[in-house]
Design a protein around this ligand. Structure first.
Ligand SMILES: [Zn+2]
Ligand SMILES: [Zn+2]
Length: 381
């Protein structure tokens, strides 16, 4: 049984604002509401000194929006000609992947290594199209009064390929793709591709079966239909498994995944000496268009379940997103491992935020903007 004892370990709020201190632990009901803070004229760019709000408070008071794109995607190439967008009508911060260069990186980060890294990451980005909305989607996001996303027809989002492997089975343990599920001679050598996206993009197996994933790997265009989903609604994270009979795609993906992770290790070491490693890069399919890159910085990290040097974290960032970016991986420079990347979720109070994802974490990694929660040992077992 889950027993969660939430306490704010690092009561930066009290040190910073002097509000809400009771027995050394800040309590959400004693925090100044976020809207009052905004009314004081705090600029969005100054949020780093005014965002020490315990996890959950913002969600209770401000309605977030989520970056799912309604419609079946877009074959057009130029996002900048799409002026009907309410979130970013000019899309000026969205850089077409092919045009992304050193000039788009902030001062201190401009080198070819990061460009190669964005290129390597982009190979693993997937356009996800979902053709049905499950009736099992809840009315509200867990533990909030915010309406969960429901839709009619088709939606698109983004995702990242995390893992790919070949499988060998038997006539009774075979490929589970749509074709093989109904075939008398199902494939017993097949490939599985694991894709991370947001739970509000693909909610359950019913939706996974009606999901199409498209990407291109080393010149081969790939479209998979159907799949299975493992979903954590609270963390807004979904692992989607898709199938292919073309095993050459799996070997190409394995190569691309290892190249990206190795490049990340090198780049991470290269920037280790930087005092502020707050770069946050997103590669996504805004409005279902081809891949676009946006660059910003992360400004808040919520940390929970610290155990055995790992933690579940959620990031808030200035990196631009649009409908269709939901589920795209947020590349955080300074994260030790990138086998898992945080799926983009939505926006609140003028900033974008990810779902929860685990990462390696040591006490020394805490930054002044971290909001930490402790979970009882029982919960961690
Ligand atoms: Zn837009
Ligand atoms: Zn199959």
């Amino acid at each position: 049984m889950k027993q969660t004892t939430t306490s704010v370990l690092k009561d930066i709020t009290n040190k910073t604002t002097g509000l809400g201190k009771r027995n050394g632990v800040s309590s959400p009901e004693h925090q100044e509401p976020p809207h009052k803070k905004r009314n004081r004229g705090v600029k969005k760019s100054d949020a780093k000194v005014d965002n020490f709000t315990p996890a959950g408070v913002i969600e209770k008071q401000l309605e977030p929006t989520f970056d799912l794109s309604f419609g079946s995607g877009n074959d057009k190439i130029d996002l900048h000609k799409n002026t009907s967008c309410k979130k970013n009508p000019d899309h000026k911060d969205f850089i077409p992947l092919e045009q992304f260069g050193v000039r788009h990186l902030p001062e201190g980060y401009g080198n070819q290594g990061l460009l190669r890294l964005v290129e390597a990451l982009s190979k693993l980005i997937v356009l996800i199209r979902v053709d049905t909305c499950s009736s099992l989607r809840p009315k509200f996001f867990p533990d909030t009064e915010h309406k969960y996303l429901h839709f009619v027809g088709t939606t698109t989002g983004s995702g990242k390929i995390r893992f790919a492997e070949t499988k060998t089975g038997t006539v009774s343990r075979h490929c589970l793709c749509d074709l093989c599920s109904e075939s008398k001679t199902p494939e017993t050598n097949w490939g599985e591709i694991k894709i991370i996206t947001a739970a509000h993009v693909v909610f359950n197996n019913e939706e996974a079966k009606q999901t199409t994933c498209s990407f291109e790997i080393f010149g081969t265009k790939v479209v998979t239909k159907g799949g299975r989903a493992t979903v954590d609604v609270k963390s807004d994270r979904c692992e989607l498994i898709c199938y292919t009979h073309d095993l050459s795609i799996i070997s190409k993906l394995i190569k691309a995944i290892f190249y990206f992770t190795e490049l990340h290790s090198k780049i991470n070491k290269m920037y280790k000496s930087l005092s502020e490693k707050n770069l946050a890069i997103l590669v996504s399919h805004p409005h279902g268009y081809p891949k676009y890159v946006t660059v910003g910085k992360w400004i808040k990290r919520q940390v929970k379940q610290r155990c055995n040097r790992t933690a579940y974290t959620k990031y808030t960032y200035t990196t631009c997103t649009c409908p269709g970016s939901s589920g795209a991986p947020v590349y955080i420079l300074g994260k030790e491992k990138v086998w898992t990347t945080h799926p983009h979720s939505g926006s609140c109070d003028g900033h974008n935020f990810s779902g929860f994802e685990w990462e390696n974490f040591y006490p020394g990694h805490l930054s002044p903007s971290d909001v930490t929660e402790q979970v009882s040992e029982k919960h961690l077992e």
